[in-house]
Ligand binder design. Structure first.
Ligand SMILES: Cc1ncc(COP(=O)(O)O)c(C=O)c1O
Length: 444
C-alpha cells in the first residue's frame, strides 16, 4: 500500500504520542526516504516561557537567524516577541507576517547603504553600530535611525562574535559616542553579545557594567539613553541553563539600572529553538574499511556538511534510532559519518570519536538538539536539497495559540496518519524533446 504524503506546511496535533513516535512511524512505514526534522513546538514554547519567567524585566527579540522556519516565527510572533533581524531578507519575512517594524531591531553593526535604505523605508527605527564609518554612512542614508552602540564583550563562548563586531569599551566607545553626537545622530542605547554558546556565567554582568558606564557618560554630556540590549549567547542543552545566568543578570539590572523606564531587551536564538528539533537521517550505504590496525565502519548518510549537519556542538549526540533489518552487532564500533555529496570534506562530526553499533542501510540515525543554526546553513551545493520539517504540537498548546492572528486554523491537524511521509524532493524526470545535446555523448 502506498504510504500517505503530508506536506511540511501542515503540522500534527499529538494525542498520546511523542515526537519520537511520529519519527518512528514515518520510518517504519517505509514511505519516508529522505532526511527529516521533527520540530516540537511545545519545546520551543516552554523555552520562551522559561526565559520570560526567569528574566521578567527583559523583552525577547528572537534572533531569527537561529531558526527561521515558518512555524517558529509564527510561534514567536504569537507570543508577542520582537525580532532581531540581520538582513533585508529577514526583515521582509517578519514584515510579511504583518508585524510592526517597531518590533524589529536591525542588530547588525555593519550595513551597506542599500541595506540601510531598505530598513529605513521598511519603517525599522533601531539598529546598531560599532565604527566611525558606519556612523558616517548612517548620517547619509538613515539619519533618523535610533542607534545602539555595540561594544565588544567576549565571554567563554564557542563562537566569539567579538572578533568581528563590537567596539572596544576602553579605547573606542566614548570616542564613537562623541562622534555620533557631533554628527547629530541619536544614540539610544548600548548593545553587546557575549558570543554564542557562552559558558561563563558573569559575561552578561561585565557587559551590563560597561553599559552603565556609557549610560553615565551620556548623562554627563546631557544626552539620554534608554535601551540596553544584552544579546544572546545562552547555552541550549538544558532548559535550566539560564537559571544561574539570569539571577546574575537580574540582580545586576536591579543594582545598576533600577529605573523601570530603561528598556532591557535580549536576542536569544540558540536557547529558544535548539532543543526543539531532532534530525533523522537514513543510511545509504556502509563500508567496512581497515585504518591502520583498526576496522572502521564508514556510514554514508543522506544529509551532511553541505546540508544541515554543518556544525557540531559539544552537546550534540548521534544514535542509531531505528532499524528495520537484522541487528548485526550491538557493540559500539568506531564509525566515520559521510554526507551524501561527492566531496571528501563532507564528513559529519569529523573531530569527534564516534562509536555506533554496526549499522546497515536499513538503519536510521538520529541527531539530537538540531533546532538552531542547522537548516539555515544548508547550501545548495551539488543541487542537494535540505531536509524537510515535520512540526508537531500538543492539543493543549494548539488550543492556546490557534486564535493568534499568525496561525491559520488548518496549520495543524488532528486528522492524519501518523506515518505519513513528507513529499519527495526528487526532481521530476525531464522529458526532453528536440534533443540538441553536446558533441560529447557516451557510447551506448
Ligand atoms: C547580534 C546577535 N544577536 C543575537 C544572536 C543570537 O545568538 P545566540 O543564538 O547565541 O543566542 C546573534 C548570533 O549570531 C547575533 O549576532
Amino acid at each position: 500500500m502506498a504510504s500517505k504524503i503530508l506536506g511540511p506546511d501542515i503540522g500534527l496535533i499529538l494525542k498520546n504520542k511523542t515526537p519520537e513516535d511520529v519519527a518512528r512511524a514515518m520510518i517504519e512505514s517505509g514511505g519516508q526516504k529522505e532526511p527529516f526534522y521533527v520540530f516540537c513546538i511545545d519545546e520551543a514554547y516552554n523555552r520562551i516561557q522559561h526565559f520570560k519567567k526567569m528574566m521578567p524585566r527583559i523583552q525577547i527579540f528572537y534572533a531569527m537567524k537561529a531558526n527561521d522556519s515558518d512555524k517558529m516565527l509564527k510561534l514567536a510572533a504569537g507570543l508577542g516577541l520582537g525580532f532581531d533581524c540581520a538582513s533585508p531578507g529577514e526583515i521582509n519575512k517578519i514584515l510579511k507576517l504583518n508585524i510592526s517594524p517597531l518590533s524589529i531591531i536591525f542588530a547588525l553593526p555593519i550595513k551597506s547603504p542599500e541595506w540601510m535604505v531598505f530598513a529605513r523605508d521598511s519603517g525599522i527605527r533601531h539598529t546598531t553600530f560599532d565604527s566611525i564609518n558606519e556612523l558616517k554612512t548612517i548620517k547619509q542614508y538613515w539619519p533618523d535611525a535610533k542607534l545602539l552602540i555595540r561594544i565588544k564583550v567576549d565571554g567563554e563562548s564557542i563562537y566569539k562574535l567579538g572578533e568581528k563586531f563590537g567596539c572596544d569599551f576602553e579605547t573606542e566607545a566614548v570616542y564613537l559616542l562623541e562622534k555620533a553626537a557631533a554628527l547629530d545622530l541619536k544614540v539610544v542605547g548600548v548593545a553587546f553579545h557575549v558570543g554564542s554558546a557562552c559558558s561563563s556565567a558573569d559575561s552578561h554582568v561585565i557587559g551590563l557594567r560597561q553599559a552603565k558606564a556609557l549610560f553615565d557618560h551620556e548623562a554627563r554630556a546631557g544626552r539620554h539613553m534608554n535601551i540596553i540590549d544584552i544579546g544572546g549567547g545562552f547555552l541550549s542543552d538544558r532548559t535550566d541553563r539560564i537559571d544561574q545566568v539570569s539571577k546574575l543578570i537580574n540582580s545586576t539590572l536591579g543594582e545598576l539600572f533600577p529605573d523601570p523606564n530603561i528598556q532591557v531587551i535580549a536576542e536569544p536564538g540558540r536557547y529558544i529553538c535548539d532543543s526543539s528539533c531532532n534530525l533523522y537521517c537514513s543510511i545509504s550505504n556502509v563500508r567496512r574499511v581497515t585504518k591502520g590496525e583498526e576496522i572502521v565502519n564508514m556510514i554514508y548518510l543522506n544529509d551532511g556538511l553541505f546540508g544541515s549537519l554543518r556544525y557540531h556542538e559539544p552537546w550534540h549526540t548521534v544514535k542509531r534510532f531505528q532499524t528495520r533489518g537484522e541487528v548485526i552487532n550491538e557493540n559500539p564500533e568506531r564509525t566515520i559519518l559521510w554526507g551524501p555529496s561527492c566531496d571528501s570534506t563532507d564528513r559529519v562530526m569529523e573531530n569527534l570519536d564516534i562509536f555506533l553499533p554496526r549499522c546497515t542501510s536499513l538503519d536510521w540515525l538520529v541527531f539530537s538538539t538540531q533546532g538552531a543554526y542547522t537548516f539555515g546553513f544548508a547550501s545548495s551545493f551539488s543541487c542537494l536539497e535540505k531536509p524537510q520539517i515535520r512540526s508537531v504540537i500538543s492539543q493543549e498548546l494548539w488550543d492556546k495559540i490557534k486564535n493568534s492572528t499568525f496561525f491559520n486554523s488548518n496549520e495543524f491537524t488532528e486528522e492524519y496518519d501518523i506515518s505519513s511521509a513528507l513529499p519527495s524532493t526528487l526532481p521530476r524526470i525531464t522529458k526532453t524533446r528536440n534533443i540538441t545535446g553536446s558533441n560529447n555523448t557516451l557510447k551506448i
